[in-house]
Ligand binder design. Structure first.
Ligand SMILES: [Ca+2]
Length: 342
């Protein structure tokens, strides 16, 4: 067992056995150690880390898809081909997912490919942004700073180099990656007319940082903007469970199949792309709950999942108290009816 797994199981076991208060006191330290070791062990496990931040784009390869750097000749050719085939009222949609502080393996690649399988094709371009070399800092605040000052502007630059004609841009970021997508969206808003959709997954807000800076582009009246934020109340405590001013907030804590898992939102979001928890990832085989108040949350809230879905978002208020997703139950009238026959 890797050291990180030992620490992780220590957290889980203790919380699971009712010592929650005791563990919560140590949690930030344990979490820091755990995430540090996950990053350290990635090198040992052979999951290579790009030395420089890179945007990868899914390119069809026979019946499957492959991810290529955004300046690869095949990506450039694909974009030219797709642009040329657009009808008058069509435009290209871009969706990119990115990770946060210290990553053991690059789950964003799998999510990008899952999105490509579900929604990729003529108008939707799917990708992921890897900045793991920059995210490997001892202090998570330094990773958030690198996200804001370096990785975010770089992602924005790479998106704009691909095209200035995007019809819609959707950026998804986990943890400190929230700052990457927020910064990148400012560049996109500055140079394109694309409506912007940001999806924050357990956004990390360092102490004394203003959460209102995430998705600040919303304050520009000339930008069409909507964002969703999925979070859990987990071992990382208040650092990753703040409802955001510039997002529709959704609390996943009650449908967490694990115990207070900071990573749940990205496994869960992947699940909403494919309709279930991925069989090769954590929580395989567990029930996926993603509805509240008649709304299907997760990937279904994106334009890539359909224009009607995206339009419905206008009714979902940003900056309000979080909507809580709970395990679905049959409606009360159906339960009452079933009781009559028992
Ligand atoms: Ca959290």
């Amino acid at each position: 067992m890797l050291p990180v797994e030992l620490i992780e199981s220590y957290c889980r076991l203790n919380v699971g056995h009712g010592n929650e208060v005791k563990v919560v006191g140590k949690a930030p330290l344990l979490w820091a150690a755990m995430v540090f070791l996950t990053g350290w062990s990635a090198g040992a496990s052979g999951d290579s880390v790009a030395p420089y931040p890179e945007l990868y784009i899914a390119v069809a390869d026979g019946n499957s898809a492959d991810l290529r750097p955004s300046d690869d000749a095949r990506v450039v050719a694909m974009l030219a081909e797709r642009s040329a085939a657009l009808s008058k009222n069509e435009g290209l949609v871009l969706v990119v997912v990115t990770h946060g502080w210290f990553e053991r393996y690059n789950w964003t690649r799998e999510m990008a490919l899952a999105m490509e399988r579900r929604a990729g094709g003529s108008t939707v371009i799917c990708g992921c942004f890897e900045w793991r070399a920059l995210a490997r800092r001892v202090n998570p605040v330094d990773a958030a700073r690198a996200a804001t000052q370096t990785a975010g502007p770089l992602l924005g630059d790479k998106i704009l180099k691909l095209s200035l004609e995007w019809d819609h841009v959707h950026l998804i970021g986990h943890s400190a990656g929230a700052w990457v997508i927020s910064e990148a969206s400012e560049a996109v808003a500055r140079y394109t007319k694309a409506p912007i959709h940001l999806t924050f997954l357990d956004a990390y807000v360092p102490p004394f940082w203003d959460q209102g800076r995430l998705g600040k582009v919303a304050e520009d009246p000339n930008v069409a903007y909507w964002a969703d934020h999925y979070f859990t109340r987990d071992l990382t405590l208040g650092a990753t469970e703040k409802p955001l001013t510039h997002a529709h907030n959704v609390d996943l804590t009650r449908v967490d199949p694990g115990i207070k898992d900071h990573r749940l939102p990205h496994y869960w979001y992947h699940g909403t792309i494919i309709g279930q928890y991925d069989e090769n990832q954590r929580y395989a085989g567990k029930e996926l709950w993603y509805r509240a108040n008649g709304v299907r949350y997760g990937f279904d809230r994106s334009l890539e999942a359909g224009l009607r879905n995206w339009r419905q978002n206008q009714k979902l208020q940003m900056g309000a108290e979080a909507i809580e997703i709970t395990p679905d139950r049959p409606p009360a009238w159906l339960e009452n009816l079933a009781n009559l026959f028992r």
